[in-house]
Design a protein around this ligand. Sequence first.
Ligand code: PAF
Length: 273
Amino acid sequence: MQRRALELKRAGRTIGLVPTMGFLHEGHLSLLRLARARCDVLVVSIFVNPSQFGPAEDLDAYPRDFQQDEKLCAQEGVDMIFHPEAGTMYSDDASVWIDEELLSRGLCGASRPGHFRGVCTVVAKLFNLVQPDLAVFGEKDAQQLRIIERMVRDLNFPVEIIRGPIVREPDGLAMSSRNKYLSATQRNDALCLQRALGRTRELVQKGVVDTAVLRQAMVELINEVPEACIDYIEFIDDESLAPDEIIKDRTLVAVAVKFGTTRLIDNAILNVH
Ligand code: PAF
């Protein structure tokens, strides 16, 4: 992959990368389209990265369907799929990792220790292997996106990061490969995420800016679903990810809720004007 990428670069071609863990859905496809329009050679990586899963997490169960992914990539005009084996990506005695130390502390980083260390390390490896000029990441993983932007800034990766908006099912559920785990009842229950974010938006529009009040309204709404178990609801600064007590322009509200064993995340940007 790296040899090919360096050849392409020498020939003056620009490379776009969409890093994924496969089981592609419309959300991924929207990222492919964003990248396709901005580069000569579009590379998609499909790699379920073991180092970002905790010991009790869903690495083995994570859905995979490479044939379907290949078909979708062909339809979207992808030039190369990079689909390495875990043993090729990581030496048994690998001992260098990338740790982002600030933005990774809260939210998913608090519930999933080591997760962002795995994400940063694999993304840095993918950048070295694929040599992209630009890479696209989805806004649904808001914390991941900001951590990667910070890594690119702090480690001077010559890669432009492009943010891809959240893509939702017609009923509002944010697209995720993990939606596949949901039973029909849980799938319906999961709509409370979108309802809670919508309610917050409405309240902010009505002038409610105290995040403790907004958080309580979200808790009540989500708790109407008996099976929903809140992991976090956070109102944070869009850049520093530090908590915001009062809503300002571009406060990010991020939620993680478990339905049975499936943990879903969603978020929205709030604006006071
Ligand atoms: O968002 C994902 O699918 C993964 O975290 C990523 C960025 C492909 C790294 O494994």
